[in-house]
Structure formats: C-alpha cells, structure tokens
Design a protein around this ligand. Structure first.
Ligand code: RIB
Ligand code: CA
Length: 326
C-alpha cells in the first residue's frame, strides 16, 4: 500500500541563486511508487513564500501531475521572531524564472489544507517536511487534534552531533523559525529527524548537472539554468568543488526507505532563547548525566549514519535518469 504524504517545502528551483534542492526531492517523491502525494504546501525559507508557491506550482504543471499546491503566508510563527528573520521573506533581488503567483491566489492556505487533509485521512497520513516548520505549527493551532491524525513527520531538520550550517549551532530549517520547530517537536507527533549529520554524506555535483543539461527538453534546460548559479555562487567553497548536499531528497528517501539509515532515539528540544544558539536541536540520547537521571521519553528517531551508495543509486534511478530520459 502506498504511503500517503503531504510535502511541506521551500522550493527555490525557478529562482536563480536560491537553493534548488527541494525540487529534486519533490521529483524523487513523484517518481517513487511507494508514495502517494496528497498535496504540496509551501513555506517561507530558501525564498520568499510567493516564489516558493510559484516554483512548486510550475514544477507540478511542467511534470503534468495532478497534485494540489497550497501556500503559507509570509512570516514566521512568532511575530517577535519575524522581526529577526524579515530578510528571509524579502529577498526580491533574485531573478525569477517561473511566473510569479500571488499568495492571495490560494484561498485555503497551507495550514488549513494540512489540517483538513490530515483529518480526512486520519491514521493513514504522514508529513514530509523539507523547509521551516511554520505551516505545521500553524496547522497544530488550527486543529489541536492534529497529532492524533498524523502517523509521523519525516523532516529534514537540525544538526544532532555536528555543527549547524547557518550558524555553528543551528541548521537552516530550524533556525529560520525556531518557535515553530519547538511547537512541532513538542506536539507528540512521532518524528523521524534527518539532520545534517547524514545529509552531509550526500552530494550532487557539476557532473550530474551536465548530464541533465545535455537533454534539450525545456524542463531539463530549466533545471540546468536554475541549479547552475547555486553551484557557482554558493558561499561554501566545498559545495562549489564537491557539489551541493541532497538534504531534502534524503528526507524523502528515508520517509519510505528507512532501512538505508541508522537511527537513534532522542528527546530533541529546540533552543529559542539563546544569544548565539537560536534554532539549535539539542539531542538528548539519555547518555548525558541529566539524561541518565531524568530519562526523558524520546520524541524523535534521529538518523546518524547512512548507506550512501544505496541512496545514490535510488537518486540516480528516480531523479537523474528520469531527467536524462525525459
Ligand atoms: O539546511 C538544509 C535545508 O535548508 C534544506 O531544506 C535546504 O533546502 C536548505 O536551504
Ligand atoms: Ca528545503
């Protein structure tokens, strides 16, 4: 039986210079017979929310899929945080390749879609989140029963035993909206966390992009145009030399193929008050002194190791070969 999922995402393929990787993850999900995508919801993160909404809608249309797309509103879960993260929602300077759709075009909105779809499919639905957790926190506010409807959230989030990528303490998706992450980790919904610890083992480089770019199909040319600047302008020289990380694609893969990773149970709390550590995912494996004494009940299973070859071959077959043969 297929696993029913909603993908919550901040897709930037279509916005030159934005991180294009969410769209590879969505393509991986679309080409995975193990999954049925009930909807795609977009959130402020890699790009302002109307750009993410536009990019997701374009992807769905270009690949001829009948998948509803709904968008969140600009801004973070807490207004106080919004002030500190304003620039995330205001980066208008990047060149846009897909037609812009105003957020107002979506009457329902992402949080209501998530809450309603979860209720309609109660006990038979999972979320795969590959962006900040704003929409999920807002859906929890709309329906306090939401945790009883959703079986699991597989999320690309956090850095468990390694340093963050946006600050030394925090990974981008959690840092972008820590209060929403705190709400979700405290919701009681079982979480499969896919942190930087394993995401950093994955790569997509120039060689793979060239293969896709050799296909004259307009969609492959669009992928080539969108991804090329990210490989060139990323401030991280290692990304330029060795390729970008397939963070979000790995989360999608682990939503239906967890056997390719090793997980360890942890009680994960989110730092929301740190001067230097906002958005840190503090992972208690009950191995610290306090953990051994108080033994908090785990709220997450955290991926800490990966069969990289198994992931690479899945990604090659379902994303790269798919595009090369389009
Ligand atoms: O930290 C990695 C996450 O933020 C991914 O979801 C990716 O899209 C990035 O921008
Ligand atoms: Ca993302």
């Amino acid at each position: 039986m297929k696993k029913k999922i909603i993908i919550d995402t901040d897709p930037a393929m279509g916005t030159k210079g934005g991180d294009p990787e969410d769209c590879f993850a969505i393509m991986l999900a679309m080409n995975s017979p193990e999954l049925e995508i009930l909807g795609i919801t977009t959130v402020q993160g890699n790009v302002p929310v109307e750009r993410g909404f536009s990019n997701a809608t374009y992807l769905v249309e270009q690949l001829g899929k009948d998948i509803p797309v709904h968008t969140g509103k600009p801004g973070t879960y807490s207004q106080d945080r919004n002030e500190k993260r304003k620039w995330l929602g205001q980066r208008e300077e990047m060149e846009q390749l897909t037609p812009i759709l105003p957020v107002e075009n979506d009457k329902k909105g992402a949080p209501a879609f998530i809450a309603e779809t979860a209720k309609e499919n109660s006990g038979d639905i999972e979320l795969v989140t590959i962006g900040p957790l704003t929409n999920i926190a807002q859906a929890l506010d709309l329906d306090p029963e939401l945790p009883t409807h959703i079986n699991k959230i597989t999320m690309m989030a956090g850095a468990s035993t390694v340093q963050g990528n946006v600050t030394p303490a925090a990974e981008f998706n959690v840092w972008a909206d820590p209060e929403s992450a705190a709400r979700v980790f405290g919701s009681g919904i079982p979480i499969r966390m896919v942190p930087l610890d394993v995401c950093h083992k994955t790569r997509f480089g120039r060689e793979q992009l060239n293969l896709i770019g050799e296909n004259e199909h307009p969609f492959c040319q669009f992928v080539q145009k969108s991804v090329d600047p990210w490989l060139k302008i990323n401030p991280n020289k290692e990304i330029i030399d060795q390729g970008l990380h397939l963070y979000d694609s790995l989360a999608v893969a682990l939503s239906f193929m967890p056997e390719i990773a090793d997980f360890k149970k942890a009680y994960v709390s989110i730092e929301t008050k740190g001067e230097f550590t906002d958005g840190q995912t503090v992972s208690e494996f009950n191995e610290s002194i306090m953990g051994q004494i108080f033994k908090p009940k785990p709220n997450s299973e955290v991926a800490l190791d990966l069969d990289v070859e198994a992931f690479n071959s899945l990604f090659k077959e379902r994303v790269i070969d798919f595009l090369v043969e389009l």
